[in-house]
Design a protein around this ligand. Structure first.
Ligand code: ZN
Length: 307
């Protein structure tokens, strides 16, 4: 990692988060295994970030990935990246009960803790699956010792999101007056609608200059740093052309629409990330907590809806 003195660095700060997992296991079927090329992709992506001036990131590592590739987790921790939890099995939180969520969480804390020697401070839910119907998850996270969460999208999405959640970092009061810091994924209001601009398909498809412009506007508009996310597989344009012996889905037929939707924009994504890293100072959530701005306080109960 580039450790150059960046004290004169006047680029806007952007939190970079990398969800370390395998595409097939996380997106296609959670019963599939994590393949060996997922480790190669993770090493390559972190290598790209490591070459950017003053850049670091938070890695939300899936427990299953850590079990399969402990060396990669050890390497990225040794390289100075913050290691946080993406849960164990990538089961979406709204499909779990508070008890089974706690179980999944503890399993991930156990495997990551054994590798890096400390408990992760942060958590990101699979597929941003903390919404208004399961905000009890923030309570469980606080009880299990997490300092922060970054799972809530302040949008009205078809699969996830809480549309009226604040579009900035907040201190959230949960049950029993515990607090947890929530770093929501960054959205941008366009014609009265909040669009997700912090990663995924939108970020792969938007031209790089437009993405940077929208993120720069967010940096100016808010007092806390915006959040961007990506995955190691997003820099692997050849994933759907690999031999069936190498892919977790084997000879299973993947529909063309799925391959197009999931593969689109992968070819140019590494360069897009490099450009982001030149225009923004890429930071971790640990950096953001250390910067310790005064955060707006909100109560989870105000956003909660029993589904
Ligand atoms: Zn994930």
């Amino acid at each position: 990692m580039n450790q150059a003195d960046r004290s004169n660095d006047n680029r806007p700060s952007l939190i970079l988060s990398v969800d370390i997992e395998g595409w097939a296991q996380s997106t296609l079927d959670t019963n599939l295994p994590i393949s060996s090329y997922c480790a190669d992709n993770a090493r390559r992506l972190l290598g790209i970030i490591g070459e950017l001036p003053g850049a670091t990131a938070t890695c939300f590592v899936l427990g299953l990935f850590a079990d399969k590739h402990p060396d990669v987790v050890r390497e990225l921790h040794a390289a100075g990246y913050e290691v946080a939890s993406h849960g164990y099995g990538h089961v979406q939180v709204h499909l779990l009960t508070p008890e089974s969520f706690r179980e999944d969480l503890r399993r991930s804390i156990g495997v990551i803790g054994d590798i890096i020697g400390q408990q992760p401070a942060g958590y990101r839910a699979p597929v941003f699956s903390i919404g208004e119907g399961n905000l009890w998850a923030l309570d469980v996270l606080a009880e299990e010792g997490f300092r922060y969460d970054s799972s809530i999208f302040p949008i009205a999405g078809p699969r996830y999101g809480i549309p009226d959640w604040p579009n900035e970092t907040c201190s959230v009061v949960v049950n029993a007056d515990r607090r947890i810091t929530e770093f929501p994924l960054t959205a941008k209001t366009v014609m009265g609608r909040n669009l997700p601009i912090s990663g995924g398909g939108y970020a792969r498809l938007f031209p790089g200059w437009l993405l940077r412009r929208m993120l720069r506007t967010e940096c100016r508009r808010r007092s806390t740093w915006p959040v961007f996310y990506c995955h190691p597989y997003e820099i692997d344009p050849g994933e759907f052309r690999r031999e069936s012996s190498e892919t977790p889905w084997g000879t299973m037929h993947l529909p063309l629409t799925l391959r197009l939707h999931q593969g689109l924009g992968r070819r140019g994504f590494a360069e897009k990330l490099r450009q982001l890293g030149r225009h923004f100072r890429l930071r971790s959530f640990a950096d953001a907590l250390n910067a310790a701005p005064t955060l707006r306080e909100i109560r989870a109960a105000e956003f909660s809806r029993n589904s």
